[in-house]
Design a protein around this ligand. Structure first.
Ligand code: SAH
Length: 247
């Protein structure tokens, strides 16, 4: 027979073991290890990106490298690698990983390319571009988002990304022409300044259409002429004007 003291001790030991097990499972749920994210990122690339036909080694390498969870607000971090867009505040979203890959591949960039992005948002797409290109110029119309993305990109060591707060419809003439232009918000028509700021031989990828659905369009500038083709139907947030309206 166990005496009362011994029994109490056992009860205490069992209690502590239970608390430990529970708190550990809880803590992995709330603060996953960096290695968990590495595993999730690899699965994202294999199951969402490669499986859907993205082949560019540069794009796949960039998606394997950039820590998407760093660009997602804390409450959504555990979902950072799922097959959906996620909220980033101010009614805006970080695009679905596959769409980021598809648009990046379509631009056919290399280490000498200079790229313009319209719609910095979280800064994730800019980081993916920065892994591939020489320099990235990105414009965000919502000041709080632009400032946050700029701080994060600096903290992560991206020296080749230049963030500007402003209206991307007008492009960024001072640094034009661009070898690639990527637009991650949707206007109803292709902005004329962006067509003009595209370099000869350059490519622009842009969602064009109404509120509910748009067509992802790829434009190539060849001998001064723009050749246009549609890629897939997509759904992006609208391109905003400075006065709160939309383009
Ligand atoms: N590329 C982003 C996703 C952006 S969502 C990422 O990787 O997270 C689209 C973004 O476009 C939003 O942040 C929105 O504020 C911005 N935007 C909308 N209209 C704009 C405009 N006229 N100029 C610049 N940015 C604009």
């Amino acid at each position: 027979m166990m005496d009362i003291g011994k029994r109490q001790k056992w009860v205490l030991v069992v209690f502590h073991v239970c608390v430990l097990v529970l708190s550990c499972s809880n803590c992995t749920a709330e603060t996953p290890l960096a290695s968990d994210f590495v595993v999730q990122r690899e699965r994202m690339v294999r199951e969402q990106i490669e499986a859907r036909g993205i082949k560019s080694p540069k794009v796949l390498e960039a998606l394997r490298k950039v820590e998407r969870h760093r660009f997602v607000p804390k409450p959504y971090r555990l979902q950072a690698y799922i097959d959906y867009p996620l909220p980033i505040g101010e009614e805006q979203t970080i695009s679905q990983p596959y769409i980021v890959a598809l648009m990046t591949e379509a631009l056919d960039l290399d280490s000498s390319s200079k790229v313009l992005e319209v719609g910095t948002g979280s800064g994730y797409q800019a980081a993916v571009l920065a892994e591939i290109c020489n320099s990235v110029y990105t414009i965000e119309i919502i000041e709080s988002l632009g400032k946050k993305a700029k701080a994060l990109l600096t903290q992560l060591g991206y020296k080749n990304v230049h963030v500007k707060i402003g209206d991307g419809y007008k492009g960024w003439k001072a640094f034009s022409p661009f070898d690639g232009i990527i637009v991650t918000c949707a206007p109803t028509h292709i902005p004329k300044p962006l067509k003009e700021q595209l370099a000869e031989g350059g490519k622009m990828v842009i969602p064009v259409g109404g509120r509910q659905v748009q067509e992802l369009v790829l434009l190539s500038k060849e001998k001064g002429r723009l050749i246009q083709r549609s890629i897939i139907p997509v759904r992006f947030v609208p391109m905003l004007k400075g006065n709160g309206g939309t383009y």
